[in-house]
Ligand binder design. Sequence first.
Ligand code: KG4
Ligand code: ZN
Length: 362
Amino acid sequence: MTALAGRSGASRSGGPLLLAVESSCDETAVALVEGGRRIHSNVVASQTALHAATGGIVPEVAARAHLRWIVPVLDEALAGAGVTVPDVDAVAVTYGPGLAGSLLVGINFAKTLAFVHDKPLVGVNHLEGHLYAAWLLDPGEAERAEPEFPLVALIVSGGHTFLVEMRHHLTYRLLGQTVDDAAGEAFDKVGRLLGLPYPGGPAIQRASESAVRHDAVFPRAWLGDTYDFSFSGLKTAARRVVDEARTEAGADGELPDATTAELAWGFQDAVVDVLATKTIRAATEVGARTIVLGGGVAANAALRARIAGEAEARGFLLDVPRPGLCTDNGAMIGAAGARRFAAGDRAGLDLDARPSLPLATR
Ligand code: KG4
Ligand code: ZN
């Protein structure tokens, strides 16, 4: 293998070097990851500004933007790592779940690179990527222990919310999942109700941080003692509360900033409470050593703080990627892809998009 002396400053210590491509939703991303852990470069072109105008993703617009950005993103990732495509050991790409048109851009791009440079191709489940983000190390970061099994992982993104138990690599037992909206979807919809910018998750977090009063109470759907989640009732309750607040606000219906902040806090508190309570209960019940968080909503500061506090109090180890590795990126695909590559998984040039690909089923 080639020694690296790229701008990342990282030298190669071991394990295959993967070029990983992610385009399942609205981030065009390419990363160079070594041994499933060490990031050499991780470039993400976000379409957030593009979708802000429509308040959500228009699939056709997202696919076109991936086409526009994927080559410059690859170039920047290669330059950042100081390598060329012939230096890599395999090409990994997300093949689902996600938007079909968006997935196809990354898949065809990865296939072309693998074919032209005669490299193995590895298909990666996007959700497995979110989970394996917990194994990643940034370029200059000191070595740290890998997450220890058995573990319970809470994956919370814009399209998915579920809890799995993991006793070995690449093997999952589904403990529970959302029966309606994903947590991120609820953040996005309530953000829009509150008149906050897209995407709603980070905007609600920011707004809630300026709340002075912390007494807005939104309903929690506990669904008995299951590990399933439901956020549609919460969304309906939020609509009613926001409507009432707008009526109270007077003629223009413009919410005072203080009210927006309090409602954002109350909504976020309800989501965090349910996610954290079920995660801790699941970890206790399955005798987990470690709790892993992943997916865009795991970037949420309140969720991270709440689970960190409870995990410490109960003696669980906790692995939460930094916020930029919780939201969609290529490095996480390199982390999961390396495990799949080591296990002998190879995709053919007939690899197709699987928009509804599950990670685990009951
Ligand atoms: O994992 P991700 O980047 O894309 C999907 O695979 O869906 O997750 C995006 C979701 C969005 O719903 C976004 O609002 C939410 O993650 N999100 C957050 C935060 N940052 C992103 N939700 C709450 N707090 C945040 N700080
Ligand atoms: Zn994602």
